[in-house]
Design a protein around this ligand. Structure first.
Ligand SMILES: [Mn+2]
Length: 254
C-alpha cells in the first residue's frame, strides 16, 4: 500500500502530521502538500504558471514534499509522476474544521480527494469539527484514529469507481465516539456578512466575514451524525446532475 497524504492547510499544519502518522501503520506514506494555506480554495487546476516542488520536512523530521500549487495540484503532480511509485490511496487532511454540505465545493481538503478520484485512485478527505474560536493546541488524536479506521476499510473493501469519502470527525477522544455512520450530504447554514472598509487612500475593500457556519442536524446527514458524536462517512461523487430536475426541464418548450 502506497498512501499519498496531502492537505489544504499547508505543509506545516499539525493536522497533516497527525494524518501522516495515522497512515504509516497501513503502508508506505508519501507527503506532498501545499507550501501555504489554501483553505476554501475550491477545486483548482493551475494552468497559467509553472508549479514547483520542494523537499520539505514535517515537524517530526520525516521527509515530505511541498509545492506552490493548490491541494488538487499536489495530488495531480504526485499521480502524474512527481512521485514515481504508483499511489494506491490519497488521504487529505486533517482539516481543523468540518466540511459538510456545500462546504465540499469550497474545501481544498475535499477537492484534493476529488482530484484523486478523477485520476482513478481512491480518495478520502478527513476533517475535524473543532470547537468555535478554539485558540489552544488542537488534539488530532481522535481524528487520526478515525482516519486510520476509514482507510483500513477502504483498503479492505475498495471504493466504487468515481466515489470518494468525506469524513467528518467530532472533537472527542476516540473512545467517546458513538461509532461510524455512513451519511448523506446535509445542509450547512452560512452566516456570511459583508465587512466593507476603506483603505488609507479612501478606496473601499471588502472581507466576506460573519459568524461561523452552522448546519441543520438532520438524521442521516453528515452534520446530524457528527453533532450526535458519530464519525460521519459520506460517499461523494462528482456527478452534480440534478436528476430530479431533468424531467421537468424536458417539459419546457424548447
Ligand atoms: Mn483547511
Amino acid at each position: 500500500m502506497h498512501i499519498l497524504v496531502t492537505n489544504d492547510d499547508g505543509i506545516s499544519a499539525p493536522g497533516l502530521l497527525a494524518l501522516a502518522a495515522a497512515m504509516r501503520p497501513l503502508g508506505k506514506v508519501t507527503v506532498l502538500a501545499p507550501d501555504h494555506n489554501w483553505s476554501a480554495s475550491g477545486h483548482v487546476k493551475t494552468m497559467n504558471r509553472p508549479l514547483r516542488v520542494f523537499d520539505a520536512q514535517l515537524s517530526d523530521g520525516s521527509p515530505a514534499l511541498a509545492s506552490d500549487g493548490a491541494p488538487s495540484d499536489c495530488v495531480a503532480l504526485a499521480l502524474l509522476g512527481v512521485v514515481p511509485e504508483p499511489v494506491d490511496l490519497v488521504v487529505s487532511g486533517i482539516n481543523p474544521n468540518a466540511n459538510i454540505g456545500y462546504d465540499v465545493t469550497y474545501s481544498g481538503t475535499v477537492t484534493a480527494a476529488m482530484e484523486a478520484v478523477i485520476a482513478g485512485v481512491p480518495g478520502i478527505a478527513v476533517s475535524l469539527d473543532s470547537p468555535d474560536g478554539f485558540v489552544g493546541t488542537l488534539d488530532f488524536s481522535g481524528a487520526g484514529r478515525a482516519a486510520q479506521v476509514v482507510a483500513r476499510q477502504v483498503i479492505r473493501y475498495g471504493l466504487p469507481a468515481g466515489v470518494l469519502l468525506n469524513v467528518n470527525v467530532p472533537y472527542l477522544p476516540f473512545e467517546r465516539f458513538r461509532g461510524f455512520a455512513v451519511t448523506r450530504h446535509g445542509m450547512r447554514v452560512y452566516r456570511d456578512a459583508l465587512d466593507a472598509r476603506k483603505d488609507p487612500r479612501g478606496r473601499p475593500y471588502y472581507w466576506i466575514g460573519g459568524e461561523h457556519p452552522t448546519g441543520i442536524p438532520e438524521d442521516g446527514t453528515d452534520f446530524g451524525a457528527m453533532k450526535a458524536g458519530y464519525v460521519s462517512v459520506t460517499p461523494l461523487h462528482l456527478d452534480l446532475t440534478a436528476y430530479g430536475a431533468i424531467e421537468s426541464l424536458r417539459q419546457w418548450e424548447w
